[in-house]
Design a protein around this ligand. Structure first.
Ligand code: ADP
Ligand code: MG
Length: 928
């Protein structure tokens, strides 16, 4: 599919449905398009006019004498399919459909949309809308909307799904002088969606932050990849509609009942570092401050004010919103005592009193900012009598500029502070009309920073087998689905837990009383018996769980009573038997660990307080699989019960968090491996003597067929690609493990880079790189395995793992070309590893359907150049480097038997080979 760059950076624009008739969409759009006349050529199209607005008018798109990059369609809905078809035929790159009258009007409109969808796909043209306002790029003088006001240029990109809300916000922004790098309304999102635009804006130099008004996300996978790729450099702030009307539907599991849209969206945003706000005003407050390089490193706020009241209000807001009022250091207190009048507040908020002059205010602000126990500052000024509001503002601007800490200002009032506000705005010092807004924004800044830090924290290694044997489980699932048994029995579900090493209580299925006695004898008393029936979901609701059975007599007796009870309470239930389970003793906590499939984001994980009151507590957190140790810990931290788990509660011991993390990670890998699982609950996951184990597990299978065209159809985040874990041997026989890089590899990656000779380092990085900071290493190790893949070669030396080489491929956002790089530790060069890594890179790129890969190689890096030459790359010498390129897609032969994909000579493509036979002879002395 074509990328969207052409349509959003058009040199030629056609307006289909152009007219001069006042008050029409066609007229308004034409006027807007003509604003940027010098920058792009505008071609009006309308069969019933010879000319409009003094321009020659064309009868149809085919009549336009040159290639059209963008066509804006403003004709009646019923004509749109035909118009899109004409655009496709004419080779237009992208269309914007601003016409309304589609999905929103009912069945007829849906039919039209479907027609358009098919036509669009046929030509591969890109499409924005329908039913949208269009888009504008103010700094490029491009306005392809029918908005009355032309948005001002600025650095914020604003993408709104709803056109109406978008234009209302835009109105508001115009009044508030907020400028935009782009405004786009997405409408029905037939094609271009949030993910596409984030990709586009991520590399747009005019855009510093992105705000989104979201009703539904579109392609969630695309969104996650795009957001994850850019949220670190360009803050993405989201307002999601529908906070209150999207409760989870009634479902068979607790997880299903708890994890509603709101919570799932929240988890997804968090996972990619996107900031969610809940008011329109916050969208802009955040977008303008989050792009500053001054993000607070902690929650401790200092406040300087010249009036008591606003200071109190602001400090209340700090506490309410989860921040902290900074406790000023004794040194700061000393300075303030010396310089402020005796009745100053003697603490934070620092009240410098109503008669404060510039010098006094300056001392207070300067002292607080210099204090190491302060993370950020809110400066408040209420003009009283002779207060020099504007002069104070100038001083604060100066102080704010030389410190790294964020300074937010609140100059209260209207006329008296207009000049001060202008000063703040000019100097990009955030300013707000009320203390609450300032504090709220501070907290968003802090959360954004913290989220990014946590997200890219280096996880610890966990002893977790990510590839347990599981084909017996796949068989079991197939049998269950074909037999129509979607609810797995606990005995079957146990097999999943065992395969993934999730601890559980001993237990087994028994058909009748006799068998139950046998099982009980095997596992030992006391035991619990539970009813087993496809028709009973919540067993204790129908008296289907009997605990603390201490003897065989008691078991026989309770068994009979249980059967009687169920027959009375659930006469229609077909009873299979009972599950006999060991009784857990001294349970300190009951937790829940579950998963369900969300409509947009696929499988999600849930962790929280469990037991039979789970829906009452509603104490849970949602995460997206796959998770590692850090993410598992975060999931736990986001619940109320976490404090008790970590520190214990009265007479209850704390839990071993390490092993609990392991359980979560293992559970996540189970969910990852089985797209057939629709819902699963481990409830309770009980904790006794600090250790967690499953007590009740319920697995519900998905009756719908699973789309097998992608490996993880139920996930929006690609899991660790175990298929690229390959044992291999160097030419000298050394055992090497080739595997995708992981976030946990930061230490060995750093060691590897530091250990490269100067020459090798320069060959790879074009200068000598040593001691990279965490923020850079994270970028190397924490990749999405979708757009970016890195294969490390690992050897074990004296019991220690060591990285000896890495091959990396990064697909460009439009996903057609990828850039690769390979580097080998000096002492391992010339042993065939470079060739192997290049070869794997080629295979990976082919699997991703890239059309070509390229690399940049220094001229003097002869070994790499000869390797590339040998592997079929074409070499393009530039000034001091050589661009090497390899096409991966080969045009289908004329008769068209599908596309033939081939890369290099067969001898060099043995990725799976574990021996080096057939590896060929390699260019000697290769550095990269
Ligand atoms: P359901 O959730 O279908 O009602 P459970 O198996 O979860 O059935 O049992 C309900 C409750 O009974 C659990 O939340 C737990 O408190 C208690 N319970 C169940 N099995 C055991 C056991 N083996 N040891 C101790 N308590 C148990
Ligand atoms: Mg239960």
């Amino acid at each position: 599919m074509a990328d969207i760059d052409r349509m959003f950076n058009p040199r030629t624009v056609a307006l289909i449905g152009a007219t001069e008739k006042e008050g029409t969409v066609g007229e308004a759009t034409l006027k807007n398009l003509l604003i940027g006349k010098g920058k792009h050529t505008v071609y009006p199209v309308n069969p019933s006019h010879e000319s409009v607005a003094g321009l020659k008018c064309y009868p149809n798109i085919a009549a336009i004498p040159e290639h059209v990059d963008l066509a804006v369609i403003a004709t009646p809905a019923s004509t749109v399919p035909e118009v899109v078809d004409e655009c496709g035929k004419a080779g237009v790159d992208g269309v914007v459909i601003i016409s309304a009258g589609f999905k929103e009007i009912g069945a007829e409109g849906v039919k039209l949309e479907n027609e358009i969808r098919v036509i669009r796909a046929k030509y591969g043209l890109r499409l924005l809308g329908p039913n949208c306002v269009g888009f504008a790029r103010p700094s490029a003088h491009l306005n392809a909307t029918f908005l009355r006001d032309n948005p001002e240029p600025g650095s914020i990109a604003f993408i709104s799904q709803s056109g109406a809300l978008g234009s209302a916000i835009l109105d508001w922004a115009t009044v508030s002088h907020v400028g935009f790098s782009m405004f786009a309304s997405l409408g029905s999102m037939l094609d271009v969606d949030f993910g596409d635009l984030i990709d586009f804006l991520g590399t747009d130099p005019a855009t510093r932050s992105i705000i989104l008004y979201v009703e539904g996300i579109g392609n969630a996978k695309k969104f996650m990849s795009a957001a994850r790729g850019f949220s670190r450099t360009k803050p993405i702030v989201v307002l999601k509609a529908g906070k209150y009307n999207t409760g989870a539907k009634a479902v068979q599991s607790h997880t299903g009942a708890l994890a509603g849209d709101f919570e799932v969206y929240d988890a997804a945003f968090k996972r990619v570092g996107v900031v969610r706000v809940d008011e329109i005003g916050n969208l802009f407050n955040c977008a303008s401050v989050l792009d500053s390089k001054r993000l607070p490193s902690g929650p401790r706020v200092a406040m300087v004010t010249n009036a008591g009241g606003p200071g109190v209000v602001a400090s209340d807001a700090v506490t309410d919103l989860g921040g902290e009022m900074a406790k000023l250091s004794p040194d700061s207190m000393k300075v303030l005592d010396e310089h402020l009048p005796p009745y100053w507040s003697h603490g934070n908020p620092v009240d410098v009193l109503g008669d404060a002059d510039v010098a006094r205010y300056e001392t207070a602000v300067g002292t607080c900012l210099a204090d190491p126990s302060v993370d950020g500052l809110v400066a408040i000024c209420t003009p009283q009598g002779v207060t020099p509001a504007a002069e104070l503002a100038t001083t604060v601007v100066r102080l704010a500029k030389d410190k790294q800490k964020p300074v937010l200002t609140v100059w209260m009032g209207e006329k008296g502070v207009a000049e001060a506000r202008r000063k703040f705005a000019e100097n990009s010092v955030p300013t707000y009309p009320t203390p609450e807004e300032a504090v709220k924004t501070y907290m968003y800044m802090y959360r954004y920073k913290r989220n990014l830090d946590l997200l890219y924290e280096t996880p610890e290694e966990l002893p977790v087998d990510l590839m347990p044997p599981n084909s017996h489980l796949k068989l079991m699932i197939r049998r269950a689905i074909s037999g129509g048994k979607l609810l797995l029995s606990q005995a079957d579900a146990d097999k999943f837990l065992d395969a993934y090493n999730i601890p559980r209580l001993a237990g087994g299925f028994a058909k009748g009383a006799e068998e139950a006695l046998l099982v009980a004898r095997r596992i030992g008393y006391p035991v619990v018996i539970k009813i087993v029936s496809q028709d009973v979901v919540h067993k204790s609701d129908v008296g289907g769980v009997v605990t603390n059975i201490t003897s065989s007599e008691m078991l026989a007796h309770e068994f009979a009573k249980l059967m009687d009870r169920i027959r009375i309470l659930k006469p229609e239930a077909k009873i299979d038997g009972v599950y006999v389970q060991r009784m857990a003793k001294d349970v300190d906590y009951e937790l829940i660990l579950g998963s369900k499939k969300d409509r947009d984001f696929g499988a999600v994980l849930l962790f929280g307080s469990g037991g039979i009151g789970v829906e009452l507590f509603r104490d849970f957190a949602i995460g997206l699989p796959p998770i590692n140790q850090v993410l598992a810990r975060r999931l736990m931290e986001d619940t109320k019960i976490y404090k008790a788990l970590a520190h214990g509660l009265r007479n209850k011991a704390p839990v071993n968090l390490k092993t609990l993390e392991e359980v979560l990670v293992r559970f996540s890998s189970m969910v990852t491996d089985f797209p057939e699982i629709s819902e699963v609950d481990i409830n309770p996951l009980s904790v006794s003597e600090g250790k967690a184990f499953a007590v009740d597990v319920r697995i519900l299978l998905d009756p719908n067929p699973i789309d097998r065209s992608t490996p993880y159809p139920h996930l929006v985040i690609i899991p660790y690609p175990t298929k690229y874990v390959i044992p291999w041997k160097l030419e000298d026989g050394t055992d090497v493990l080739l595997r995708p890089i992981r976030p946990e590899d930061e230490a060995i990656e750093s060691e590897f880079i530091n250990g490269l000779s100067e020459e090798t380092s320069r060959y790879r990085f074009f200068n000598i790189v040593r001691n990279l900071p965490h923020s850079d290493l994270v970028r190397f190790c924490n990749i999405d395995y979708d757009r970016e893949m890195a294969i490390v070669a690992e050897v074990t030396e004296g019991g220690r793992r060591r990285e000896i080489g890495v091959g990396r491929i990064i697909a460009e956002p439009d996903s057609k070309r990828g850039e690769f790089a390979v580097v080998i530790a000096d002492s391992y060069q010339g042993k065939g590893l470079g060739r192997k890594l290049v070869d794997m890179v080629i295979d990976i790129a082919s699997e991703k359907h890239l059309e070509s890969i390229y690399g940049v190689v220094l001229r003097e890096n002869q070994p790499m150049l000869s390797l590339c030459r040998e592997m079929g790359f074409s070499l393009h010498p530039e000034e001091d480097y050589v661009r090497v390129e390899l096409p991966l897609e080969v045009e289908a032969p004329a008769q068209g038997q599908g596309q033939v994909r081939s890369h290099v000579k067969p001898a060099t493509t043995k990725t799976q080979g574990q021996s080096q036979e057939g590896q060929g002879k390699e260019a000697e002395g290769m550095s990269q």
